[in-house]
Every structure is written in C-alpha cells, then in structure tokens.
Design a protein around this ligand. Structure first.
Ligand code: PAP
Length: 308
C-alpha cells in the first residue's frame, strides 16, 4: 500500500486502485473483503460508476422477477433501481450508516441481486470461487467522463453549500482516471474470457444498439432464458420499454427524494445516450483519451465504441 497527496484528500493505492482516504468507501471495501460471503445463487452487477449500472439493475430486476408480478405491477414503480439491487460498498457495508445494514442481506430473496464497483482483484474471494454470476457493464470512457462530471456537479451543488468548499473540490487528473478505468475494465474482461460461464461482459453501447439480443443473452447467462411463449408475447420488448430511460426518468419514484442521504434519485437518469461527449469534450481531450485507449486495449481483443 502506498500513499500520495491529493489536493483535497490523501489518496491511498490499494490493490492497484486509488481511493480517497477522506471517503468511507476505502474502509467499506476492506470491510466487504473481510465479512462478505457470496452464495452460489447470487447475481452481481459490476462496473465502474456511470457506466449504466442503474439501467442494468432495473433490467436484471425485471428479468429475474418477471414471473412474480406483471410489469405494470413491478416494484420498480415504487422503488428506485438502487433500492432494489443493493450496492455492497454504498448500501450494505457502509460505515457512514449508523445501523447495521448487512442484516438486510439475509432477508433478501433468492437469487440475491447485488452490485459493486470494486475491481475484480479486490472483490471477496467467495465471489470468485462460489457459483455466483457476475454481470460486468462497460461504457466508452468519454461518455463516462461527461456523465461523471454532471453527476459530481449536481452532488456538489446540492450537498456543499459553501462556495469556497465547492471550489476546493478537485476532480482526479484525467490520466489517473483513465489508468484506473482501463485496469478495472481489463481485469473483468480477462475474467470473462477465462470464465465465460461466470462473468458476462456487457457494453452499454451494445445494449442501446441491440437490446433484445443482449437481454436474451443476459437471461440465458443467469439461467432464466425467455421461453418461446414469452418471446411471442413480447415480454422482452416490454421489459426494454419499461426500463428505458424515458420511462424510468418519468416515474414519480425516480423524480423525488435521495438515496444514501445525499444522492438525488433523479441524478441517476440524465440523457442515456451514446456519444454525448461530442457536445462537451474538446478535440484535444478526445484525441488524448483515444490515444490512451488504443495503447491500453491493443492486443486485448476488447474494443469500445465511441459512436453508434
Ligand atoms: P452509478 O454508477 O452512479 O450508479 P450509472 O447508473 O452506472 O451510475 O450511470 C448513470 C448513467 O446511466 C447516466 O448516463 P448519462 O449521464 O450519460 O446520461 C444515466 O443517464 C444512464 N442511465 C440511467 N438509466 C438509464 C436507462 N434506463 N437507459 C440508458 N441509460 C441510463
């Protein structure tokens, strides 16, 4: 473990990734490694922040529970997707909460649907060795940067009222962000190649482009394939339409209130497009990231689409 000075916080390098020491996330990660035990039936959504995990949560939840209730009576109508698929480090093992959330884990119905942003190297051993499934979602880094920028801006404006404190927030350097981004993606990419029955690698751009194909892939992967009867009845398309950003953003439950004390529910739904980066990033920034992307991904067999 090594440390370096950030401008507003000390950063700690742990198992290849930088964590801010003034955020509880690092301590939560250690707690997860120590305490969490995966079950064979668990299904995990993994991916970096802003890569589409909220969307994937709603899709997974709707697929797994499709026989429990019709889509027009879905709990997604009364709960934000983040409230139905818990994130380990933010919702469950979060020391910022003053009550023991891990108890909730035992009350979750099977299969437990959980999520984490933790890297493959750092997830608990039991997730790797048990029969549980991992869905990894990846998105092109340019759209992730833009999405993270807006999310952070909204968060800072809503939670930090003092202007000087707002101004003191310093985002990570682009290179540091990018290094972590690639390492995270490539670790899971490698795991998906080595253990395709265990790790399903999904791309946000593919889900936008060919939702039916990838939803069917996902359902098969978790052992709950759509039957031909469901296919004929248009169940796949119903789930896609229900979980579309237009529908989710318009639901009252997703318009008001906060999650985990600070995060506005509506901030998880912005544009949901591929290529919005073209409206925000300069050609210089794009060229720099594109070059880094070519270097890092070369020879890995992985490619990321910047446009559709
Ligand atoms: P998180 O890691 O904080 O949970 P995450 O859900 O992974 O964030 O990513 C948010 C992005 O997914 C937002 O992208 P944008 O800023 O470029 O718009 C958000 O709009 C997008 N998103 C959320 N729900 C959907 C959806 N149903 N369909 C497509 N994109 C979505």
């Amino acid at each position: 473990m090594s440390t370096m000075r950030g401008l507003t916080s000390k950063l700690v390098m742990y198992e290849n990734f930088w964590y801010m020491t003034n955020s509880s996330i690092f301590r939560n990660v250690l707690s997860i490694q120590k305490n969490f035990v995966a079950k064979d039936t668990d299904i995990f959504i993994t991916g970096l922040p802003k890569t589409g995990t909220t969307w994937l949560k709603s899709l997974l939840y709707a697929i797994v529970n499709r026989t429990n209730h019709p889509i027009n009576q879905s709990p997604l109508l009364s709960h934000h997707p983040q409230e139905l698929v818990y994130n380990l480090e933010s919702d469950v093992y979060n020391e910022a909460f003053d009550y023991p959330r891990p108890n909730n884990l035992n009350e979750l119905p099977s299969p437990r649907l959980l999520s984490t942003h933790i890297s493959y190297m750092s997830i608990p051993e039991s997730i790797k060795t048990s029969g549980c499934r991992i869905l990894y979602i990846c998105r092109n880094p340019l759209d992730v940067i833009v999405s993270a920028y807006y999310f952070t801006l909204g968060f800072v404006k809503n939670t930090i009222k003092d202007k000087d404190d707002q101004d003191s927030i310093v985002l990570p350097r682009l290179e540091d962000f990018y290094e972590d981004f690639c390492d995270h993606v490539l670790e899971y990419w490698k795991a998906s190649l080595e253990r395709p029955d265990k790790v399903l690698f999904l791309k946000y751009e593919d889900l936008i482009d060919h939702p039916v194909l990838h939803l069917k892939r996902l359902a098969e992967f978790i052992g709950m394939p759509f039957s031909s009867k469901e296919d004929n009845e248009g169940v796949v398309q119903q789930i896609i339409d229900f979980c579309s950003i237009k529908n989710m953003k318009g639901l009252d439950v997703n318009k008001n209130g906060v999650i985990n004390k600070f995060f506005e529910k509506k901030s998880y739904f912005r544009k949901g497009e591929v290529g919005d980066w073209a409206n925000h990033l300069t050609p210089f920034m794009v060229e720099r990231i594109d070059r880094l992307m070519q270097e890092k991904l070369e020879g890995t067999g992985l490619s990321l689409k910047l446009h559709l």
